[in-house]
Design a protein around this ligand. Sequence first.
Ligand SMILES: *[C@@H]1O[C@H](CO)[C@@H](O)[C@H](O)[C@H]1NC(C)=O
Length: 287
Amino acid sequence: MATRTRIFSFVFVMMMSFTVLLSSCSARVYKVGDSEGWIAKDDVYYAWAETDYKEFHVGDSLIFEYDLSFNDVTQVSGALEYELCDYSSPKAVYNTGHDVVTLTKPGFHYFITSNQTQCVLGQKLEVLVTHDPSSPVPPPTPSKILPVGTTYKVGDSEGWKVYDSDFYNKWSEEKQFHVGDSLLFEYDNEVKDVYEISGDLEFMTCDPTSPVPVYKTGHDLVRLTEPGVHYFITSQSASCEAGLKLRVMVGPEPKAVAYPNFPKKVDLSAMERLNNWLKTFKPQPHH
Ligand SMILES: *[C@@H]1O[C@H](CO)[C@@H](O)[C@H](O)[C@H]1NC(C)=O
């Protein structure tokens, strides 16, 4: 299919440009479609993204300008949704007519319009976002440091080799996953692998063409760092269709983090001492 070939050549060109070119470290703002804006015009966004070998980095922004009576900007999570103009399970929807979308994560980002006619005519944009190679990846801010969660061995003693999606559904539904937990996939890495994919359609159709990360060691520890639904499949379609796939629902990190070994008495008296110390600075209110 021509679209597919175009996508692959686009990806190739983007990857080449990332390895060849160095860029400045400041965040950039790109107006999608330049003076044309966000409209339906065949291939305009494919050409736009390729012009001057645009490199999109984490921190850059895209500006979408359009007539909001006909269009919007619907961000979808997978390549299939993008290709099929399927806006039924969007990741985000923007509809002010002048939307500034900051690219906060590396990976592929897919934008379409929910106006099916316009989308089919070519009003869709795919960008590959990378970390700026000229600036170091910032360390996580303290608030982003995740609690040490539970590690779950996928499939328990069976591991990642059961051809039965009901088995993995049941395994997953019996547990409550939280941000900070990890999944351990154990399998024979000569015949299997683990692809994390982002879309429900990809999961249903066992489509491994737009994986988020790929794991192949046979003993992969996957940290769940984001809440939401996470999808894991094997890249061999036949095995995946036979049921080697896993969907997990990840809840936010637990609010009240329990420190089981923390001596609570010491904690309380420390708080009291701190309070008393603070009181020495403040006049006590009169009763
Ligand atoms: C889609 O866009 C066309 C303009 O090309 C417009 O005539 C039509 O009403 C739009 N459809 C919707 C559902 O907004």
